[in-house]
Design a protein around this ligand. Structure first.
Ligand SMILES: [Ca+2]
Ligand SMILES: [Ca+2]
Length: 448
């Protein structure tokens, strides 16, 4: 393994930015799959002040609701019942002057019936209901009542591909870039099967679900339920990321050539990186990663990056401290910086990332009861990536720079103008505001 790999040794969760608190609710330590132990990710290294799950207790997945609701007829289109105009009883011949009983109906799916939705507080925080209401053509896609926009492809560079039912038919097994067989856990180095392996495989799954989970009356809802996900594996079973694997994965995800690797038939317009590599010492952006970022930007794809969970300046991290990425830190529901969240001038925007006892509720095949509630900047970044994909759905020609601008200038200001009492601990321009971002995009023809 190359020298840089040593730099990626600390905690897995550090590399993956998962903050480790995957069971967020008080007293809710989920039972791990057999043979696993609670991710006590951190070896020696400088352990971030990350919030730890409360004392272990038997799995009592807080969510009152079952994840997988009563069996539904298999092929039921997820179109919201309300929307799909149940053939309105023919309007009378004479156009009534009085408004019809049902007003111009808020777009059907803007109020999903998925059982975890009421617990997905982060979606309210960023104004998703209002954002969806402005994009009815997306949510009505399955009902075929409106023109179908071309789906936007988002690459999730992470622990790999998981065939989540939330992404049925919209998730692609990308490529396994983990070159080191000793860390890959699948018996070889790079190969065409990007399937997640090991106890951290869920990480890429939940990130993808935050971005694109179906509004199908089951589990959770995603930010852009029409997006397509390409699962690109860059993290080993140890959860760590080798800089060269990441650099190659970045290029491939955007559709560029990587020696020895078949081309990506599904080039992405948005890349989500809830991770970092090369972080000890924190010397700043790795040159290989910066070059890959520059190439991806030139190709016209936006790179969204988690700021990491060390409660430190994100500038030293790769890729959080690199040029040309949109670095996302976590904000609480109140718009303040959770202790674990990195900060500083390289951070462009904040988004909900969860806190101890108040995590980001997600569907997860391997989670207790089919759900988890992790926290960390790993969860904040995909909120931004999801909204970016929504913006591209309505304005497909927006450039990475235009997307960054739209997202940051429409953000909700922090209370009192600061996310943290310490002035230097900045969190970007504010907290992600999906409703305002979509409104601004639709108000302009830029990128149309
Ligand atoms: Ca492999
Ligand atoms: Ca769902």
């Amino acid at each position: 393994m190359k020298a840089t790999a040593f730099l990626t040794l600390p905690l897995l969760c550090a590399a993956l930015l998962c903050g480790e608190g995957w069971a967020v609710k008080p007293g809710d330590i989920p039972a791990l799959p057999p043979g696993q132990s609670v991710p006590a990710p951190k070896p020696p290294a400088p352990k971030p002040p990350e919030p730890r799950p409360p004392a272990p207790k038997p799995p009592a997945p807080t969510p009152p609701k079952p994840i997988i609701p009563a069996p539904k007829p298999p092929v039921q289109p997820s179109s919201p019942p309300e929307i799909v105009p149940t053939a309105p009883p023919r309007p009378q011949p004479a156009p009534p002057l009085l408004p019809l009983p049902n007003p111009p109906a808020p777009p059907a799916a803007s109020r999903p019936s998925d059982p975890l939705y009421p617990q997905q507080w982060s979606l309210n925080t960023i104004g998703m209901t209002q954002a969806w209401a402005q994009t009815p053509q997306l949510l009505n896609r399955l009902s075929k009542t409106l023109p179908i926009p071309a789906p936007i492809t988002v690459a999730v560079l992470d622990t790999g591909f998981i065939n989540s039912p939330e992404l049925a038919g919209r998730v692609v097994n990308g490529y396994d870039f983990v070159h080191d067989p000793a860390r890959a856990g699948d018996g070889d180095g790079r190969d065409t099967d990007a399937s997640g392996v090991g106890q951290y495989a869920y990480h890429g799954e939940v990130v993808a679900n935050i971005i694109a989970a179906a509004h199908d009356g089951q589990g959770m809802v995603g930010i852009n339920p029409t997006a397509r996900i390409v699962g690109v594996r860059v993290a080993g079973t140890d959860g760590l990321i080798d800089p060269q694997d990441l650099a190659d994965g970045l290029r491939w995800a955007a559709g560029m050539t990587v020696a020895g690797v078949p081309g990506n038939p599904n080039p992405a317009k948005v890349l989500n990186l809830s991770l970092f590599a090369d972080f000890i010492p924190l010397t700043g952006c790795d040159a290989r990663i910066q070059q890959a970022i520059d190439a991806v930007n030139a190709k016209g794809a936006l790179i969204v990056v988690g700021a990491a969970n060390d409660g430190a300046d994100a500038t030293g991290y790769s890729p959080a401290g690199c040029r040309g990425v949109l670095t996302v830190t976590s904000a609480t529901q109140q718009g303040t910086r959770p202790e674990y969240a990195n900060w500083g001038r390289s951070v462009g925007i904040a988004a909900p990332g969860g806190e101890t006892g108040h995590g980001i509720v997600v569907s997860s095949l391997s989670g207790p009861g089919g759900m988890r509630a992790p926290e960390g900047t790993s969860m904040a970044a995909p909120h931004v990536a999801g909204v970016a994909s929504l913006l591209l759905s309505v304005r497909p020609r927006l450039t990475p720079a235009q997307l960054r601008s739209l997202l940051t200038r429409t953000a909700t200001p922090f209370p009192g103008g600061q996310c943290d009492p310490v002035a230097a601990h900045t969190c970007g321009s504010g907290t992600l505001n999906a409703a305002a971002a979509v409104r601004a995009a639709l108000a302009s023809s830029v990128g149309k």
